[in-house]
Design a protein around this ligand. Structure first.
Ligand code: NAP
Length: 254
């Protein structure tokens, strides 16, 4: 049987790495994308160690650069396989933060631009670059956040960027439905064991985030990966144009 080709962006750490492993466990061929080559190589080695014979291919790319779409297309064409599913985990929290209200408009703009580039454009570039190379019946999954519902730190650029993905998912679902391609977003709450917060959250903030959940614990990357896997597999084929929240009850549904 010809393996499915799955593309996972942001696959060198956290949720993306767990997602790449989940598909490798299923004997899919996985293309793993991230900017940093060394961390990407380590992620591939880690997955290969736990999934012997895994068919993994790393590709170092900055997906906030539009030129990466072409590089990605060349790479996919060289595999000779259509893309079955694309999971856009690449994203980050802006390092810069706008000042207190009205004090620093320039810093606020920088925060919003960084958030938009890192969380929206990385998805748009990967999706629009790969759509012509996707097989009918495949799936696109974008990664939002509970912050899209509740707001985020700084002056809110991160949460707003994630909310922009919701609208994009609905547009994609309508555009791609006739090809049998589903498009959904996963909106996680706090997930431990990722590198999204650099060296980690301050203990007090982490305790507060865990206390906000009904289940009194953080999510795990493998739990988010399982939902992505479901959306890209036949049993999840009728789910499209949805934002699926997975947050231990820290934010009520809908
Ligand atoms: N962790 C959480 O609690 C949480 C909660 C809600 C939503 N999310 C969302 O879930 C997704 C995954 O988060 P995570 O926690 O797994 O983050 P993470 O551990 O920081 O991993 C992010 C991945 O994205 C890659 N990346 C970042 N910018 C990129 C770019 N411009 N081009 C290509 N790759 C890029 C990173 O590698 P390089 O830096 O080497 O490129 C890394 O592989 C993100 O969209 C995040 O916003 C996470």
């Amino acid at each position: 049987m010809v393996p499915r080709l799955i593309v996972v962006t942001g696959a060198s750490a956290g949720i993306g790495k767990a997602t790449a492993k989940r598909f490798a466990d299923n004997n899919d061929k996985v293309l793993l994308i991230a900017r940093g080559r060394d961390r990407l190589t380590r992620a591939v080695e880690e997955i290969e160690a736990s999934v012997p014979g895994a068919d993994l291919e790393p590709l170092a790319l900055d997906l906030s650069d539009a030129a990466s779409a072409q590089t990605l297309q060349h790479h996919i064409k060289a595999t000779g396989l259509p893309v079955n599913s694309l999971l856009c985990c690449a994203g980050s929290v802006p390092r810069s933060e706008g000042g207190p209200e009205g004090t620093d408009v320039a810093a606020t703009l920088t925060e919003w631009q960084e958030a938009y580039e890192a969380n929206v454009l990385t998805s748009v570039i990967a999706v629009e670059g790969l759509l012509p190379l996707m097989s009918d019946g495949g799936s696109v999954v974008l990664y939002s956040s509970v912050a899209a519902y509740r707001g985020s730190g700084g002056t809110g650029g991160y949460g707003a960027a994630k909310a922009a993905l919701h609208s994009y998912v609905h547009t994609l679902a309508t555009r791609l439905g006739p090809r049998g391609i589903s498009a959904n977003a996963i909106a996680p709450g706090y997930v431990a064991g990722t590198e999204l917060f650099g060296d980690g959250l301050p203990a007090a903030r982490e305790t507060m985030l865990v206390r906000q959940t009904a289940l009194r614990r953080a999510g795990e990357p493998a739990e988010i990966a399982e939902l992505g896997f479901y959306l890209c597999s036949p049993p999840g084929g009728y789910v499209t144009s949805q934002i699926l929240q997975i947050n231990g009850g820290s934010h009520h549904g809908a």
